[in-house]
Write a new protein. Structure first.
Length: 328
């Protein structure tokens, strides 16, 4: 299974010339990232149910007696949460510290690959090891210049090989900021004013969506072959595979399908705690956005909300959903 959380790989170009930092980074390849890691919870039905509800997956294989976990949950059982895993290696931390030190302080997940060796069933105890598999040469992307880091995780269930998860990130210095070490001031401290909102990554696949937002229109893709609506925007239909599409404008009404209240990590551009919702639009697709107009402690699943557009900065408009006194 391959999936992309960004498009950095597609636009990456290899920088020419000798890269002394790359030669140092290469020494980390093959070193352990996590040793003797243990899943914090066994495979369990509540987490499977939450996953399937969030994904809209109604496959009967994931419910009732004899149920198995969705294969794509492979990584979920290994996650350490905010406290992390005690088995994480000093080498992994040192690699990231080295990249941070030269201004590559930003990170984006670019893609993952998973191989499944056996089904995971409720009660399985998960253990795993991870290795720093590869570090790329310095790449220049639309996000900024940096290095792709790939880790490979070998997952076991009750001691049996269960699957392999490869995860690739880009550690980079954001575009617009001089990268590398500058006397007296790291790259991370330069560029946009502290407290500025992170900018959305706009690419050829989602540019139309953000152009609509700038005009206060929430546009949803529609396949011209099977008429299936899809969100987020994708280059092809996730139902029939068709490449043709047009758009429909969302009415702007919906309900909170799921939500989280963000307390951590602190970030200068935000004022926690605040609510972020997975909003099910009247049209049937779902979008992640801020929930406003109601105290974060009052947000509830099923709560009706109505779309608003807010200029959070002079040049940045974002869609949010108001749950206070909505007529949705």
């Amino acid at each position: 299974m391959k999936g992309a959380a960004g498009v950095a790989d597609d636009v990456a170009g290899e920088d020419e010339g000798r890269d002394e930092l790359y030669e140092r980074l290469k020494t980390f390849e093959g070193l352990a990232a996590v040793t003797a890691g243990e899943g914090k919870d066994p495979v369990n039905e509540p987490m499977i149910r939450h996953w399937c509800e969030a994904m809209g997956d109604t496959n009967p294989a994931y419910r009732g007696p004899g149920a198995v976990a969705p294969p794509t949950m492979l990584q979920a059982w290994t996650m350490g949460g905010l406290s992390g895993h005690p088995g994480r290696s000093a080498a992994y931390d040192a690699l990231f510290a080295l990249l941070d030190g030269v201004g590559c302080t930003a990170v984006v997940a670019t893609d993952c690959e998973q191989e499944y060796l056996r089904p995971l069933r409720p009660g399985d105890r998960i253990t795993f090891d991870a290795v720093i598999e590869a570090v790329s040469r310095r790449k220049t992307t639309k996000l900024g210049a940096g290095y792709f880091v790939t880790t490979r995780m070998d997952v076991r269930a009750d001691g049996e090989p269960a699957g392999t998860h490869r995860f690739r990130i880009l550690k980079y210095a954001p575009a617009g900021r001089p990268d590398g070490v500058v006397a007296g001031r790291p790259a991370a401290a330069r560029g946009r004013a502290e407290g500025a909102r992170p900018r959305p990554v706009i690419n050829r696949d989602n540019a139309g969506f953000w152009a609509g937002v700038a005009r206060h229109r929430l546009l949803v893709q529609r396949c011209t072959d099977c008429a299936t609506l899809r969100f987020p925007w994708l280059p092809g239909c996730n139902r029939c595979g068709g490449a043709g599409w047009d758009t429909v404008e969302a009415a702007g009404t919906g309900t909170v399908f799921s939500y989280v209240v963000m307390h951590h990590p602190p970030f200068p551009a935000f004022d926690p705690p605040y609510a972020v919702g997975l909003i099910e639009l009247t049209e049937g697709v779902r979008i992640v956005a801020g929930v406003v107009g109601v105290p974060h402690g009052k947000v509830r699943i099923g709560m009706p909300v109505r779309l608003e557009f807010r200029a959070v900065e002079e040049d940045l408009v974002l869609p949010v959903f108001n749950g206070g006194g909505s007529r949705a």
